[in-house]
Design a protein around this ligand. Structure first.
Ligand code: SF4
Length: 370
């Protein structure tokens, strides 16, 4: 019987591959994964090596582009000095996402339907080996979910599986896999449950239903978190973006209560909370792509990073409600804000990152299970 790909991959209707990557293990794996599925016969186009991008515009259809990446794979997260940033490093494995969340910043970064995967994994591993192996006493907290979803394309690429196998030899690295889908095929690639942090973003059920498309349900994500916790992994959960909408208290209260039907506080390495932030060019894109979305018309002020953010009293009200509820469930030191000021930290938590030696330092310790 012909198989179907997971729902979030069914819009892929074309594969582009760099001339130099045609016979790469990645290209062979994608070919093999597509064969025997209803998408087995989608066209493959070879891209000349001097060409850097592809033009693709076929309605709703998405293209996969297996590309030779020539830039730096290991980067700093693009946080801003004006706010407390968590100091994590990005392993850049590709760009864009097959799912569709109305608030997604990637819409402003990549205004096309091309899902890029850096297929030259050998170059990636050489660079990572040079960095991680240079001084084994330097610790790294890294993640792949900044310019893409860490696991969205895993079914076709096995990227995280390969990366986790590679990282087995680096005790000084913790990898966070941040996703909104469930794919646990990477689990058998590691014996180091203390060096991989599976992570899921959560939101209020209303936001999940109305603003996130082709993603796994909240229940599926939490079931996956429970599976990982039972296997010995610590998990991370993220509330980002928190959105101000009528009924937000009931919504965020419900999802917070639901978390603890699946995992215990001691299973959670850390949990971030971040309010919806929007760079000026994103707003019209959201309005265009998601005409039913209304939260973009809330009252926003420009932040120090140039992004619009909800008025501070409203942010603080939401944060206080959520933090109080999470504390009732036994969460405390694992909670942190994504891109907030000292004043907001103090107002909600009663302390700020400088009181405990800095956010990056604390998260590093928590990632390494200290
Ligand atoms: S799953 Fe994440 S990366 Fe993908 S569209 Fe949603 S917010 Fe963007």
């Amino acid at each position: 019987m012909t198989k179907r790909l997971p729902r979030h991959l069914r819009k892929i209707g074309h594969v582009f591959v760099d001339e130099t990557m045609q016979d790469s293990p990645m290209a062979n794996r994608v070919r093999e994964k597509l064969s025997g599925t209803t998408q087995a016969d989608i066209p493959w186009t070879v891209v000349p090596s001097e060409q850097d991008r592809v033009e693709f515009d076929e309605g709703d259809t998405q293209a996969l582009y297996l590309k030779e990446y020539k830039g730096k794979f290991l980067r700093f997260c693009p946080g801003t000095r004006a706010y407390h940033c968590c100091g994590y490093r990005i392993i850049h494995i590709g760009e864009n996402c097959p799912m569709a969340c109305s608030y997604c910043i990637l819409q402003a970064y990549f205004q096309d339907r091309v899902l890029k995967i850096w297929a030259n994994q050998n170059d990636l591993f050489t660079e990572l080996g040079n960095s991680f192996g240079a001084d084994r006493k330097t610790r790294y907290r890294v993640g792949t979910g900044e310019f893409t979803d860490s696991l969205a394309l895993e079914h076709l690429t096995g990227y995280s599986h390969n990366l986790i196998e590679f990282l087995e030899q680096y005790d000084n690295v913790v990898l966070e896999l941040k996703s909104k889908v469930v794919d646990l095929t990477w689990m058998d690639a590691t014996s180091r449950t203390d060096r991989i942090l599976p992570a899921w973003s959560l939101n209020a059920p209303f936001i999940n239903e109305h603003e996130e498309f082709d993603v796994s349900s909240l229940k599926e994500r939490l079931e996956a978190a429970r599976t990982c916790a039972e296997a010995g992994f610590k998990v991370c959960l993220h509330f980002d973006p928190v959105i101000h909408y009528p009924g937000w208290k009931e919504g965020y209260g419900a999802i917070i209560d639901m978390i603890f039907d699946y995992v215990k506080p001691e299973n959670i390495a850390y949990m971030s909370i971040g309010s919806f932030r929007c760079m000026p060019q994103l707003n019209p894109i959201i309005a265009d792509n998601f005409p039913d979305t209304t939260y973009i018309y809330n009252e926003f002020v420009p932040g120090l990073d140039g992004k619009a953010r909800l008025l501070r009293p409203l942010r603080v009200e939401q944060f206080t409600f959520m933090v109080d509820r999470l504390r009732k469930h036994g969460m405390d030191k694992q909670l942190y804000f994504c891109m907030e000021s000292t004043e907001v930290w103090n107002e909600v938590f009663g302390y700020a990152p400088m009181d405990f030696g800095g956010l990056g330092k604390r998260l590093m310790a928590q990632a390494f299970g200290e």
